[in-house]
Design a protein around this ligand. Structure first.
Ligand SMILES: Cc1cc2nc3c(=O)[nH]c(=O)nc-3n(C[C@H](O)[C@H](O)[C@H](O)COP(=O)(O)OP(=O)(O)OC[C@H]3O[C@@H](n4cnc5c(N)ncnc54)[C@H](O)[C@@H]3O)c2cc1C
Length: 1018
């Protein structure tokens, strides 16, 4: 065993030079290399960081790696078929910068990014019907644009408009195909146009709130009617069925996105984490025909999640990006392998920038400090010894620096032995003994660890972390990975038509486990095949093997897996390939003509498969990372690992865009670099929730009798009265500025939503914690009396700040119990004080309410506070008992008497109440004990209140007047812009219901978010 005692080579040599921060990057996949790239982009950053990448074996690229097989004409052998999507703005931007810095001379092979990629739009989806497998050809419009010039992605609202446009296009095609005259269908078509077209008109308001909901409900109802009317035709006519599928799929996505409010920059996709994508589509109007279609199955196959499913939020986000955010083309094929297109340029540029690469360094373990708070040591097994001190991994193939299929043995001391054993040092199960154990110590050899090894390998290399942290344990339990398979065929004839298309299509949703196929014949010239040499076409296939729950094998399963894959491939080629590649068939309806496979050794029959390339990706870190329902919230974020000195990067981390793809890995790498202090720009970054359960926070010590009960906080059997009082907007604006906008220093902005406030008095029969741990404590009756100020939280829109969500701010809250005050103040930041309340009611009608509490009439050093009247509500006249309201959004409108011109403001607010959308905003803060004019914690918090049961509601009879004394301790008139001393309610209503205060979220935290991007000037 060897342990470093001296600083590693390359440490500071000039005594006065400041020491650079040393970052040990573990693993060299897309995410790690992106982080290294961002951390070394400028000379200043290169002066600041010293980076070493530790990679086992001889290859960079991980799941995206590819090699050139020197024994097979230097052909490309991929980990699996890789396509880039046209919305990969971060990955393309990174690569464009990399190619620019690489500075290949004009005329050199793949000198620029644009020479390295090929636009691709032809897709064929396979569908199993009662008639057998059928092709479905789809072509996406192409433009001259390219991704990767650093332009932002379209906003969610623009994407959504794109979605509306597509629904209309497919609806038109569907109606056209359906034929007429059919009054019920024509009528539905007209209604659909009337519903959707206004949303596309220039200057049409954003699809938010009530407008969004009305559109969603209208579209949902129309789809249901259309399905009833058109179903018999749809089931008989395949062309019509496909049009229905696309229309219905897009329609359901639109309905769901509108209903779930997924339109603003704060769209909460994570809220859909627990629901499976198909279930979500079904809930929003997708028919079973649509859900079982090739279109939907193709998505599942693209993400290798057939059988495991995908969380609806992430699936939706991925699809929205894929179809509405692409530039130029929906797909891009590389003009060579991933290895030489992506990873050798990155390696070359990073090396030039001074990043050190330690190949043949297998990370064996991460060890924690004694207090289990920091990563203290990284244990590494060195697998081989470069003769010259540094291993140079690339070979030249046709002028391109490429990765070889095996280590360059002549550069290694152990090369001969490795070659003799044909040892695969990249295999998890390799039993090649380490030639040395290296232990990297925190402080001596690194300051930060950037863990870029994929999640499948973490149980074996990071058991201490998993054991020490419940969050890590939950991530390992919930985030699933799956094995994949790959097959590449070189053929003796042009591929020609694949599926229905001769445009070298990608064919998806075919028979598993070889479900995705692509004509990759454009690679033949790069591989150096010349006319007459035999190879005239290249086909790739790729698929998922097994399920996400399959355990990692204890012993190397690849030999068995490979034998099984060979058998599967033979069966597939004999029985199934003919359907998608008829030109390769021995006879119509027959299997593959084996001699179409290129074999320099001239073998016969299925033996020719030996000259092709098959692989099973079963090593734990190579397993594809799934986004199964309920897993996103358990991922660990690059900047929030819970361990000092550790950031993580990879498509398994929690970035907000948590999908298994190159773009997600890139975004994660960028977030990791940002966590280490590099200034990075991330395009289309999805606002992610803080890691849901932050278990690493110190445990709150419960004290009996204190009653600061955990949320959710349930109030049952609640009778509530609400009185609308006209108020001055100027005063309300000042109030929101003082308590929310100013403390948030421009990071959030709230403005009054109406010139009124609501005085609400709620009397709950039972209030209790809904948390299982605290439910057993018991219940309390509770009374809450508060002024509710409606406000818009603004967000960024195309032309500036726009209203995003309605919130209620409660500047004064009076409660009857200490329990209510404790939980309210400590959890959410309600400014609650305990008071005496007297109430008289007749049935649901309020007769009188009086609130008495501690007041100080006039602030002065010798002023004496004591009990005094805070406010009083009296019914001035009995009035007739009004009828119950027709619906909750008519609550105030059905009250007798004029509304004093408030109707335009009340309408959108009432609609949100009716939709059970009640969000409260708070200033939550605690005084610092040493500097008591300072807050040691200050945050703007939002939390939702949701109605669980609604038993009744209606207008309150009579004229109700509210009076108060405007004590200095309770300056209601000045703060809320009310008439001094009191005023009459313009409308009043009662509600009988149960509701729950959910856990909240910090929208701004002074300690954490103070320096991040602002919405407005502070
Ligand atoms: C078959 C297949 C097809 C795919 N197709 C596409 C596609 O078409 N488009 C797309 O966008 N995405 C595709 N993906 C997903 C994409 O490849 C990944 O999202 C991406 O490569 C993940 O990068 P990463 O850096 O997160 O992880 P990885 O690529 O897994 O990187 C992990 C790194 O750690 C190294 N490592 C592992 N263990 C150790 C150890 N003990 N010591 C040292 N180093 C170690 C690995 O060798 C690797 O370099 C595909 C994935 C698969 C499996």
């Amino acid at each position: 065993m060897f342990s470093f005692t001296d600083p590693p080579p390359g440490g500071p040599t000039i005594a006065s030079a400041p020491r650079r921060e040393r970052i040990a990057v573990l693993g060299g996949g897309m995410a790690s290399l992106t982080a290294a790239f961002a951390l070394t982009e400028t000379p200043a950053l290169r002066d600041r960081y010293e980076i070493t990448v530790y990679q086992d074996g001889w290859l960079l690229g991980g799941k995206g790696a590819s090699v050139r097989n020197r024994a097979m004409h230097g052909r490309i052998e991929e980990h699996g078929l890789h396509l880039w999507l046209g919305y990969y703005e971060n990955a393309f931007t990174l690569l464009r910068k990399c190619y620019e810095e690489l500075g290949r001379p004009a005329g050199a092979a793949m000198a620029t990014l644009r020479e390295a990629f090929l636009k691709h739009s032809a897709i064929v989806v396979e569908e199993k019907t009662p008639r057998g497998w059928e092709h479905w050809s789809v072509s996406f419009p192409q433009t001259d644009e390219w991704p990767g010039d650093g332009r932002p992605l379209p906003s969610f609202a623009e994407s959504l408009r794109g979605g509306v446009r597509q629904v209309l296009i497919y609806a038109r095609a569907f109606f056209g195909e359906l034929g007429g005259p059919r009054p019920e269908v024509d009528d539905a078509a007209a209604q659909l146009r009337g519903l959707l077209e206004p949303a596309l008109a220039p200057g049409a308001p954003l699809l938010l709130g009530a407008a969004a909901r009305a559109l969603a409900e209208g579209l949902r109802a129309l789809m249901a009617r259309l399905w009833t009317a058109a179903r018999p035709d749809v089931e008989l006519d395949p062309g019509l069925r496909r049009l229905w599928v696309v229309f219905n799929f897009l329609g359901a996505v639109l309905v769901g996105a509108l209903r779930d409010g997924l339109v603003g920059p704060d769209a909460d996709f994570e809220a859909l984490d627990d629901i499976e994508f198909c279930d979500w589509l079904r809930r929003h109007g997708a028919s079973e025909v649509t859900l079982s279609s090739g279109l939907v199955r193709a998505f599942y196959h693209l993400a290798f999640c057939d059988g495991d499913g995908a969380g609806a939020g992430l699936a939706l986000l991925g699809m929205m990006r894929m179809f509405t955010c692409y530039r130029g083309a929906v797909f891009y094929k590389m003009r060579a392998g991933m290895g030489e297109t992506v990873f050798s340029p990155l390696y070359e540029v990073l090396r030039r920038r001074g990043v050190r690469f330690e190949f043949f360094h297998r990370v064996r373990g991460l060890e924690l400090s004694a207090d289990r708070r920091a990563v203290e040591r990284v244990v590494i097994g060195r697998q081989a010894t470069p003769r010259s001190g540094e291993y140079r991994p690339l070979i030249d193939v046709g002028g391109l620096p490429c990765w070889p299929e095996a280590p360059l043995h002549d550069q290694l001391v152990e090369g001969e032995a490795l070659a003799r054993r044909a040892e695969n040092l990249a295999s998890f199960w390799s039993d090649w003994p380490d030639v040395e154990q290296r232990i990297l110590e925190r402080g001596a050899h690194f300051d930060h660890v950037l863990l870029g090894i994929s999640i499948g390998a973490l149980p074996s290399i990071a058991p201490e972390l998993i054991e020490a942290s419940p969050r890590w344990r939950r991530m390992i339990e919930h985030v699933k990975t799956v094995r994949t398979v790959s097959l590449q065929l070189w053929v003796n004839q042009p591929v020609g038509r694949l599926g229905t298309s001769a445009r070298a299509p990608v064919v998806g949703a075919y028979r598993m486990p070889l479900e995705t196929w692509a004509d990759m014949s454009h690679l033949a010239p790069v591989e150096g095949w010349r006319a007459g040499e035999g190879v005239q076409g290249i086909l790739y296939a790729c698929g998922q093997l097994g399920r996400g729950d399959d355990p990692v094998a204890a012993r190397d399963p690849r030999v068995d897996d490979l034998a099984a894959l060979e058998r599967t491939a033979v069966d597939f080629l004999e029985k199934d390939l003919g359907h998608i590649w008829p030109a390769g068939r021995a006879a119509p309806g027959g299997g593959l003509r084996w001699d179409t496979l290129f074999d320099p050794e001239g073998r016969a029959g299925a033996e020719r498969l030996r000259a092709q390339y098959l692989r099973v990706n079963a090593s734990p870190s190579d397993r594809y990372v799934l986004s199964v329902p309920g897993s996103q919230k358990h991922r660990i974020a690059p900047d929030d690992t819970g361990f000092e000195g550790l950031v993580v990067a990879g498509d398994w981390t929690r970035t907000g865009y948590d999908l298994g793809c190159i773009e997600a890995a890139t975004m994660s790498g960028l977030q990791a670099a940002r966590a280490l202090g590099a200034p990075v720009e991330i395009l289309g970054e999805v606002r992610r929730r803080r890691a849901a359960p932050r278990i690493e926070l110190p445990r709150y010590v419960d004290r009996p009798g204190e009653m600061a009960l955990r949320s959710p906080y349930v109030l049952e059997d609640v009778w509530m009265t609400a009185l609308v009082l006209r108020a001055e907007q100027r005063a309300l604006r000042a109030l929101l500025d003082r308590y929310l906008n100013v403390p948030a220093r421009g990071h959030v902005r709230y403005v009054p939503a109406a010139p009124f406030v609501v005085l609400a008095a709620a009397f709950a029969g039972r209030a209790f914690s809904g948390d299982p741990g605290h439910r057993r404590i018991g219940t309390m009756p509770e009374t809450d009396i508060a002024f509710w100020v409606p406000a818009w939280a603004l967000g960024r829109g195309r032309g500036g700040l726009i209203p995003e969500r309605l919130v209620w701010f409660l500047p004064h809250v009076f409660v009857s119990t200490g329990a209510a005050a404790a939980a309210g103040r400590e959890i959410y930041g309600f400014p609650k004080s305990v008071v005496d309340v007297e109430v008289r009611r007749t049935g649901y009608a309020l007769d009188r309410l009086s609130v008495v509490g501690e007041v100080i009439a006039r602030h002065a050093p010798d002023a004496r506070g004591g009990p005094g009247r805070i406010l009083e509500v009296t019914r001035r006249d009995a009035g007739p008992i009004p009828p119950r309201a027709r619906s909750i959004d008519r609550l105030f409108f059905d009250a007798p008497g004029p509304l004093g011109g408030l109707a335009p403001w009340l309408t959108p607010i009432s609609r949100r109440l009716a939709a059970n959308e009640v969000t409260l905003a708070f200033l939550k803060q605690f005084r610092d004990v040493e500097h008591t004019d300072r807050a040691c914690y200050q945050a703007i918090v939002e939390a939702k209140a949701k109605v669980r049961a609604l038993r009744g509601f209606g207008p309150l009879p009579g004229t109700l007047r509210v009076d108060w004394d405007d004590h200095d301790s309770h300056p209601f008139s000045a703060e809320l812009g009310l008439v001094p001393g009191g005023q009459e309610a313009l409308a009043a209503a009662w509600v009988d219901f149960d509701f729950v205060m959910e856990s909240g979220r910090e929208v701004f935290n002074a300690a954490r978010d103070g320096s991040s991007a602002r919405l407005t000037a502070p």
